[in-house]
Ligand binder design. Structure first.
Ligand code: ZN
Ligand code: ZN
Length: 361
């Protein structure tokens, strides 16, 4: 799985340090920062330079240069400006350059259900709308966002996009082998979601195949027959020949430490967990009811025996230089941890499979 870290900072960007946007497999975008078009162009140029200089590993280079046209799905964790502010710019771009393409293949935009309710309440309050008019303003978040975008771009924008409101606990098949899951986070009382993306593939056990000396036409039959297939007087079941490979990535959006066990469970067996760590330590006076601190998160993951392979802290305040973050992580690593912590950086890529993880900067 290839994860592009376009931006890793929280709330307020600097020119070289954008806020959070994560691009998986060039297709799935998690959160769209306000400076998205600008930060994406740096991200893309860096890819091209690395590729031209032969610095990209072969299997990564083959996924191709990232481009806006390749993005098929945008998953927004919540409607704070630093997490979705770039959507309008992207839609302007789409209406200028991608209309033909998107007419056949719409851009899918996912937002948490209920996340537009605070906007709706404010709108009704500011305009002091009579009750008959209030009723016409959608409560459903997808319908509300569609109305907002139509008021800015005109009705034509709806020809090129789908807006989907997601609730916690959903499971969506995106395409074959790729599934998305959602879970509620404690960041906002209404509408903030964590996402989990799973790549799942059946793998054939080659040693076993050789040992059984199976004719190839039986392989498909074994895969599809729940009771198994008899060959040379031996009953061969699917589980004898196939194993399932799962690669899992999860992203918390903004989130304090999970307050519900459901969310801890959601992170169980994740390979790469990208979690909000707006703070390094849980100092008093910070917004710890809605954001997390790295030190606390690491100790909770450890104590609760949450099985993950890699933790990437993200949404890190620009108050902390990356060198400071790296030093801090080095100190945490001295404790006995069941997982690796990766020092994040904007405009970088993480590639991982079942055996290893590689960072390309
Ligand atoms: Zn944020
Ligand atoms: Zn937020």
């Amino acid at each position: 799985m290839l994860i592009g870290l376009i931006g890793i900072r929280g709330t307020i960007p600097t020119a070289q340090s954008p806020t959070v946007s994560i691009l998986v497999e060039n297709e799935y975008l998690f959160d769209i920062n306000p400076e998205f078009i600008y930060s994406f162009s740096i991200f893309r140029e860096k890819w091209k330079t690395l590729n031209e200089n032969g610095q990209l590993p072969r299997y990564i280079a083959t996924t191709g240069t990232p481009s806006l046209a390749k993005i098929k799905h945008i998953f927004i964790t919540h409607l704070h400006w630093d997490h979705w502010g770039g959507l309008r710019h992207l839609l302007h771009y789409l209406l200028l350059f991608e209309r033909e393409k998107r007419e056949n293949e719409r851009l899918n935009i996912y937002i948490p259900q209920y996340s537009t309710i605070p906007l709706r309440i404010r709108l009704i309050g500011h305009l002091k709308l009579p009750e008959t008019v209030q009723k016409k303003i959608p409560v459903d978040s997808a319908a509300y966002l569609r109305l907002m975008l139509m008021s800015e771009f005109g009705k034509r924008v709806t020809k090129y996009i789908n807006i989907i409101a997601l609730e916690p606990g959903e499971k969506i098949a995106l395409k074959s082998n790729w599934t998305l899951y959602t879970q509620k986070t404690p960041h906002l009382p209404l509408g903030s979601l964590a996402y989990k993306l799973v790549y799942s593939k059946e793998k054939i056990n080659l040693a076993k195949l050789k040992e059984l000396n199976l004719p190839t036409h039986l392989i498909g039959e074994i895969r599809n027959n729940p009771t198994g297939v008899r060959y040379n007087n031996v009953l061969i079941k699917k589980s004898d020949l196939f194993t399932t490979l799962n690669l899992t990535f999860a992203y918390s959006g903004d989130s304090s430490l999970p307050t519900a066990t459901d969310l801890w469970k959601f992170y169980q067996n994740v390979d790469v967990l990208i979690h909000d760590c707006s703070y390094l330590t849980a100092e008093e006076g910070y917004y710890l009811e809605s954001h997390a601190a790295l030190e606390e998160l690491v100790s909770e993951l450890n104590q609760r025996a949450i099985n993950i392979r890699y933790l990437i802290p993200i949404h890190i305040s620009n108050r902390h230089k990356l060198s400071e973050v790296a030093e801090y992580i080095a100190r945490l690593k001295k404790e006995h941890l069941n997982f690796e912590i990766i020092v994040p950086s904007s405009f970088s890529w993480i590639f991982f499979n079942e055996n290893h993880l590689e960072i390309i900067k």
